[in-house]
Write a protein that binds this ligand. Structure first.
Ligand SMILES: [Ca+2]
Length: 526
């Protein structure tokens, strides 16, 4: 009798455990999450999506199928009367959930959920519950800051509050839906999403257990000033750099430096080793297709050097050589007539710093206006605090990455931040924070080098299984964007990304398209 009672209890217990995996007793239906009470927030809708359902919110381009059955929750956070933070949480069915949350960052000034949702779609397919926000305002695109005029609380939402509160709302929804909170929570963002990632590590270390920050837009106030400094540099008479001249320069850089890393592949493993002076391309007289004018040489030297202040002191790092003509690179970000750097900076100064719709970027003065930007916005927007003690103390892990061919934000800026963390946190920094530089990678994605790698997978292996990443494997695809979004694409080449300061070195035999023929080695002394 006793035995059968035990057996029955065991069977019931097992049954409950099995049922518990499929549908925990405390769990809610998707639709019932609409009635969930959250602090300073309300749920607008909670709807089950089939894998084949097409997700097309305003501004969500391209429209894609959900790809995975999820409970899609849309809500609004209102921590202040002026706040209106739209967020989404996608919850895979209980049987497909891996017990973890991934928060995804936004880009630019935010303003839609397009960017986060593209990444959320990929992470729910791997079993994560995912979350993202519009950063607290609605805008026509991510280079639009008109919403900030006279809205100090909305600027705080954009600066740090939207991502922090979205993390809390996501955890509450997860606890209600599955009957248990996430066992582990990660965050991944690039560009402004990288800034958001570092805000979380610096300001809200309890939100996430591990964080990946790609090409972080830090410190925001200095970055925007550096954008405008480049813009003004190129506005001088004769200083513009048309596409053909960028191609001329990049070809000269690669002819001089491509083989310094032992592999002629159109990519520089460490652009800092390339001592290229554009003066060697200067025309003997006037201008021609095969040479640069004196004014163009001056522009290039300025972009490579970065803005300087009194006495030639560097105010922000410059860009490295080798990616001048990369598609979507310098022309789209720095040198083209409608380049994004100038547009971003104009929006920032006009609507967040000067608060004057008629403010003219031509009036920009680096010393005066950088100081002004810092006074108005440093406390809210700059995520460059190297003190990560609280994040480290709770077991947090941080992966930083940055593409060497990034024309939006210079890779050297992320090296400088990592070095500041090393200085503040000491010799054990690599035990919780590592930097991966990505040769030939443009801003957050694409470029001539292998640029597709699994940052969240590396975070998960490190935080959950104590497997510290010595190297990440990056793949080049025939369509990198497709691969990045989890759509079909054909691999072309793999390479290791080595934890800073190590560099990938070809063994000298075997295909240079296979990461197996490379090792991570200390950089040569220079
Ligand atoms: Ca090379």
């Amino acid at each position: 009798m006793r035995r059968s009672w035990t057996g029955a209890a065991l069977a019931a217990g097992l049954g409950a455990a099995i049922l518990g995996l499929a549908a925990p007793a405390a769990a809610a239906t998707c639709e019932s999450l609409k009635d969930l009470k959250l602090p300073d927030a309300h749920v607008e809708s909670a709807v089950p999506l089939a894998a084949s359902d097409v997700v097309t919110p305003a501004g969500f381009q391209p429209a894609l199928m959900a790809g995975t059955p999820v409970c899609r929750v849309i809500g609004v956070l209102t921590p202040t009367p002026a706040s209106q933070i739209r967020f989404e949480v996608w919850l895979p069915g209980a049987g497909g959930w891996n017990g973890k949350l991934v928060g995804l960052g936004n880009g630019g000034f935010g303003g839609t959920l397009s960017g986060p949702m593209l990444l959320m779609r990929g992470e729910v397919a791997r079993g994560y519950a995912t979350a993202g926000s519009d950063m607290g305002h609605t805008a026509g695109g991510d280079i639009d800051a008109k919403w900030a005029l006279g809205q100090p609380e909305k600027i705080k939402d954009f600066g740090y509050r939207a991502i922090h509160l979205t993390a809390g709302a996501a955890k509450a929804l997860i606890a209600a839906y599955y009957g248990a909170g996430p066992r582990l929570a990660y965050f991944h963002g690039c560009s402004d999403g990288g800034r958001e990632a570092l805000m979380e590590a610096q300001r809200f270390p309890q939100d996430y257990d591990a964080i990946a920050a790609g090409a972080p837009a830090i410190p925001w106030t200095t970055l925007m000033s550096a954008f405008l400094w480049n813009n003004r540099l190129l506005s001088a008479p004769g200083a513009a750099l048309p596409r053909a001249k960028l191609q001329l320069v990049q070809a000269a850089v690669l002819a001089q430096c491509d083989r310094l890393d032992g592999v002629a592949d159109g990519v520089l493993e460490d652009p800092r080793a390339c001592r290229f002076d554009p003066g060697r391309l200067q025309c003997k007289t006037g201008d021609a297709a095969t040479c640069l004018t004196a004014e163009q040489v001056k522009s290039l030297r300025g972009i490579y050097r970065g803005p300087t202040g009194a006495g030639g002191r560097s105010l922000f790092p410059g860009f490295t050589a080798g990616g001048e003509a990369v598609a979507g690179g310098w022309e789209g970000w720095i040198t083209g007539p409608t380049a994004s750097q100038g547009r971003f900076a104009k929006e920032f100064f006009r609507w967040m710093v000067i608060s004057d719709p008629n403010w003219d970027p031509a009036s920009f003065d680096m010393a005066r206006d950088l100081a002004r930007a810092r006074r108005s916005s440093r406390e809210i927007l700059d995520a460059d605090n190297p003190d990560l003690r609280a994040f480290r103390a709770r077991g947090g892990k941080l992966i930083l990455y940055h593409g060497w061919a990034d024309a939006a934000i210079p890779a050297k800026n992320t090296i400088a931040y990592y070095q500041s963390v090393q200085a503040r946190m000491g010799p054990g920094t690599a035990d919780f924070a590592r930097l991966f530089l990505v040769p030939g990678m443009a801003h957050c994605a694409t470029g001539p080098g292998p640029s597709v790698f699994d940052a969240v997978g590396a975070l998960d292996a490190w935080r959950d299984k104590a497997a510290a990443p010595g190297r990440l494997i990056a793949t080049k695809y025939d369509n990198d964007i497709f691969a990045y979004l989890g759509l079909p694409a054909k691999p072309v080449r793999t390479r290791p990304l080595c934890a800073y300061p190590m560099l990938a070195r070809w063994s000298g035999s075997g295909s240079t398209d296979d990461a197996a023929n490379f090792s991570c080695a200390a950089p040569p002394r220079r």
